[in-house]
Design a protein. Structure first.
Lengths: 379, 272
């Protein structure tokens, strides 16, 4: 069976027309004065989904989260949670909890009191609170830190306290605002997997806001790419990467090479794109773009092969000159300047320790790729 | 660090400290003077301290000052904290600039003017001058100082703490008392101490607004000095200085210990 990207788990309610949406943004607009932070946005999130809102800072993704938590009210449109309109419900009566970017731990309370705070607000009996707090501490492996104050903890430990506090009330939805932003790279990678396990084990719906595409790709079932208050694309990580819906998405997620051109003619499922300067690209992925239409051909660096001679039988092969080489250990990135001046980025996995066909700066080289390797974008 | 104690440095330090502390040292030394003459040294004695406690007028004034100080500082702290909250939280209400200007104007207002205008007000509304009026006047005087201290803390207050509390189910009022207030408490306490100190040493406004039976300690001292400085006054002032100095030292020691403890904790946390 062939599949786009890799499948992590058998969970795809968004493909099921009968699945009931859990969180619905319904034509939501949010304005701050003259500034439109969120512009007529609609979005559907399903129960038990790990959903990521990905975008550059200031794109409106945090505003979406804050509207869901109840700190902001939409200027227009409505937000539904499990069928209930959230308008007018204050944050302290919403069945959602949030983990803040700054963690927002109460500095005058111990770790266990921080975690117990939400439970006390619900008037839960004391023995139950103690049991739940102990369970949460075990969950985030901070049992021996229960009596400490937040300033006596390291950054990673604080992050876990914040997490424990926000899941202690078993909210229907957990909102995470840049949850790993303040951690260093190594800790961030570990914590990503911990978060995924936690979400699986507790069976909660997670909505995470991030500007880090790697983070979103690693953790999320689906990613919404937000730009200027609008949704650019909602799709699984693999779809976002391998089948981006627009030039913006292709350029925003990962590295990409783009060729502007016109569809020349189609033949038996293969279209030719005239990219100018004598470059013709043959692709199987032109969809139903009409002949003569202006399109962008986008191809990821790892799908381009670099060789010193023209590969025999290659459908697409363009000649150029090696301009830059970055050796990263696990892979090598080549920048090849084509004869028309465009620089193509190609990356090769260093699967073997010894390279058969070594290339160096200023060598003549061929970049080649298969007809199904790239995508044709019309937007 | 290379520090050279040049003659110039030593001279400037000696001069500077002399300028600041010589009058106070003199006052303390002469409070232990045996002689009744303030400027003539007649041997060591603590008799003026004893006679001080038998001076009913001074003791009454001290009691009045303490009560005025505690009440006015407490009320001013509540009002000043509310003003600071309003000024930092509601940044867009109509007349905010005017309001903030008016809250802080008494900081730079000559005390004579504050005192005189309060006197006129009390006369106009027919309030008899006494304990109540001087307390009200001190509230007016010290409120803005509290507001400044609390506001500077609130500006750096992380609002997400309050949002987190509300997100976890605490309504706004509960959030204020359980989160906001404890976090800004150190600033409120220092605002209170500042207000209390200001009330303690105020002479000008108290002279305008106080009446018979509500003479504060500074007023009492001042009126006695006009009849000639007695070593008794020196003793009273020395006690005042001691009280203030002990308070300041305790506060700074406590602060320093907390800071050291905090650093140690943070280092422990870093290690794991």
């Amino acid at each position: 069976m062939k599949s786009l990207g890799s499948i992590r788990r058998d969970f795809a309610p968004w493909n099921d027309p009968n699945a009931k949406p859990y969180i619905q943004f319904d034509n939501v607009t949010k304005k701050f004065g003259d500034f439109t932070a969120v512009n007529n946005l609609s979005l559907t999130i399903f129960e038990r989904e790990f959903f990521a809102l990905l975008g550059a800072s200031g794109c409106g993704k945090s505003t979406l989260l804050r509207m869901l938590a109840g700190f902001e009210e939409p200027t227009a449109g409505r937000i539904l949670l499990d069928g209930q309109d959230l308008r007018g419900i204050p944050p302290y009566r919403r069945p959602v909890n949030m983990m803040f970017q700054s963690y927002a731990l109460f500095p005058h309370m111990t770790v266990e009191n921080n975690i117990a705070f939400g439970l006390k607000q619900d008037g839960m009996p004391k023995p139950e609170i103690a049991a739940r707090v102990a369970e949460m501490l075990r969950l985030v492996k901070l049992e021996q830190f229960a009596k400490r104050k937040p300033h006596q903890l390291s950054g990673g430990q604080r992050q876990r306290v914040a997490l424990a506090r926000s899941v202690a009330k078993r909210p229907k939805v957990l909102l995470l605002d840049e949850p790993l932003g303040a951690l260093d790279k190594k800790l961030r990678e570990e914590t990503q997997f911990e978060l995924m396990d936690l979400q699986q084990n507790l069976g909660l719906t997670f909505v995470v806001v991030t500007h880090d595409q790697e983070e979103a790709m690693t953790m999320a079932d689906r990613i919404a790419i937000i730009d200027k208050g609008e949704v650019m694309q909602v799709a699984t990580p693999a779809e976002v990467y391998e089948a981006p819906g627009s030039r913006f998405v292709a350029g925003f997620v990962g590295n990409v090479n783009m060729f502007e051109g016109k569809i020349a003619r189609g033949e038996a499922g293969v279209a030719s794109i005239d990219a100018g300067n004598g470059i013709t690209i043959r692709t199987e992925n032109a969809g139903n773009a009409a002949a003569g239409a202006a399109v962008t051909f986008a191809i990821r660096p790892e799908k381009i092969k670099v060789s010193s001679t023209k590969p025999a039988g290659a459908v697409n092969a363009i000649e150029g000159e090696v301009y830059d080489i970055a050796y990263l250990g696990d892979m090598t990135v080549y920048h090849v300047r084509l004869d028309d001046g465009q620089v193509v980025r190609a990356s090769t996995m260093n699967a073997a320790r010894i390279t058969e066909d070594p290339l160096s700066w200023n060598d003549r080289a061929w970049v080649s790729f298969r007809p199904d390797a790239g995508v044709v974008l019309t937007r | 660090m290379n520090v050279t104690w040049s003659r110039f440095n030593i001279t400037s330090i000696v001069l500077g400290f002399a300028f600041l502390y010589l009058p106070i040292v003199l006052l303390i030394v002469f409070s232990f003077n045996e002689s009744k003459l303030v400027t003539v040294w007649g041997g060591f004695s603590t008799k003026w301290y004893v006679s001080l406690f038998h001076n009913q007028g001074l003791m009454d004034a001290t009691w009045v000052t303490a009560r005025v100080g505690v009440i006015s500082a407490t009320v001013a702290t509540v009002l000043g904290t509310l003003a600071a909250l309003t000024l930092t939280r509601y940044t867009r209400f109509r007349g905010r600039v005017l309001f903030s200007g008016m809250v802080f104007a008494p900081l730079v207002m000559p005390e004579v003017i504050t005192g005189l205008s309060l006197l006129l007000l009390f006369v106009a509304v027919g309030l008899d001058r006494g304990f109540l009026t001087v307390t009200l006047a001190h509230i007016t005087l010290t409120m803005c100082f509290v507001a400044v201290v609390v506001q500077s803390r609130l500006i750096t207050f992380d609002r997400s703490l309050e949002e987190a509390a509300m997100d976890l189910g605490a309504p706004p009022v509960k959030t204020f008392f359980q989160i906001t207030l404890p976090v800004i408490m150190p600033a409120i306490v220092s605002g209170w101490m500042l207000a209390f100190t200001l009330s303690l040493d105020d002479l000008v406004i108290a002279s305008f607004t106080s009446g018979p039976g509500a003479t504060t300690l500074p007023m009492k001292i001042y009126s006695q000095v006009r009849l000639g400085v007695t070593p008794e006054i020196n003793a009273a002032c020395t006690i005042l200085i001691a009280v203030v100095a002990i308070g300041v030292i305790i506060a700074s020691l406590a602060n320093k210990r907390r800071e050291v403890q905090r650093q140690r904790d943070e280092q422990a946390a870093q290690r794991g």
